[in-house]
Design a protein around this ligand. Structure first.
Ligand SMILES: NC(=O)c1ccc[n+]([C@@H]2O[C@H](COP(=O)([O-])OP(=O)(O)OC[C@H]3O[C@@H](n4cnc5c(N)ncnc54)[C@H](OP(=O)(O)O)[C@@H]3O)[C@@H](O)[C@H]2O)c1
Length: 247
């Protein structure tokens, strides 16, 4: 029987690329996002199924999860990838609706989707839960990074909780990646652009990390120095890169 992977935020960027990479390795993908035209196009191309779903809406998540579990009682991989930037927002001036939306999509959605699909992961164990966080989640640089901090805490907490149940949790922390929602290159000067990678680079490394059963992945690897610098000297790195990572 074909192994099943569910990927949220699969209509573009990292989610779409990850779906292509997993389909290329024989996984049957279930694609979740809001833009149906995009989902249909990708599903046709990689022989996947899809569900239109606003993952920040708990009722929609529960209804979609019930349909997915009906078709696929065993889910070998769940990737919580859907996410949005916060613009150049800071905590003192950001519109409350924007702040709530950023947390709803970047943090709460992963919690709701994981809870709703947990029976499928347990039925498929050994299985994998992948949370697409960000290196920004290891730094204190504004609302976006705060939402990703929360997602890291969720991911690492579940890593120890789910291991005895045969579910490995992978926390992925990408650096700058050029995507629709995060058009990094256009925001940077010539030097900064050299630090931006493309989705296939990240997707390939994520798939390898899943196959190796790893718990944490920083990609590209050298971004790890930024996280370490923040941990050792809180505030220093925030002052240095705050404007960019806080998107
Ligand atoms: N690009 C970067 O530099 C970077 C770096 C580190 C981490 N990340 C993280 O990587 C993940 C993917 O981002 P990306 O760069 O690939 O951006 P992207 O191309 O804009 O993709 C975001 C995806 O999330 C989906 N999405 C957004 N809100 C949603 C909602 N309420 N319900 C369902 N789906 C929703 C979008 O689909 P619809 O609009 O069709 O719903 C889209 O498929 C995010 O979690 C992001 O925080 C990105």
């Amino acid at each position: 029987m074909q192994r099943v992977a569910v990927i949220t935020g699969a209509s573009s960027g990292l989610g779409a690329e990850l779906a292509r990479a997993l389909a290329g390795r024989g996984w049957r993908c279930v694609l979740l996002a809001r833009r149906e035209d995009r989902l249909r196009e990708l599903a046709d191309a990689i022989e996947a199924d899809y569900e239109v779903c606003d993952v920040a809406d708990r009722e929609q998540v529960d209804a979609v999860a019930a349909r997915v579990l009906d078709r696929h009682p065993r889910i070998g991989i769940l990737v919580n990838n859907a996410g949005i930037p916060a613009g150049r927002a800071d905590f003192l001036t950001v519109e409350p609706d924007v702040l709530e939306r950023v947390f709803a999509v970047n943090f709460f959605a992963g919690v709701w989707v994981t809870r709703a699909l947990m029976p499928g992961l347990e039925a498929a164990a050994p299985a994998h839960l992948v949370n697409m966080v960000s290196v920004a989640g290891t730094m204190a640089v504004g609302p976006y990074s705060a939402s990703k901090h929360a997602q890291i805490a969720f991911s690492r907490t579940l890593a120890s909780q789910l291991r005895p149940r045969g579910i490995r949790v992978l926390t992925v922390k990408p650096g700058y990646v050029e995507t629709e929602g995060f058009p990094q290159r256009s925001r940077m000067g010539p030097l900064g652009r050299r630090f931006v990678v493309d989705p296939p680079f990240v997707a390939e490394r994520v798939v390898k990390a899943i196959e190796r059963g790893r718990g944490e992945l920083t990609v590209p690897r050298w971004y790890w120095f930024g996280s370490a610098a923040q941990a050792l000297a809180p505030g220093l790195l925030s002052r240095f890169v705050g404007g960019n990572l806080g998107r």
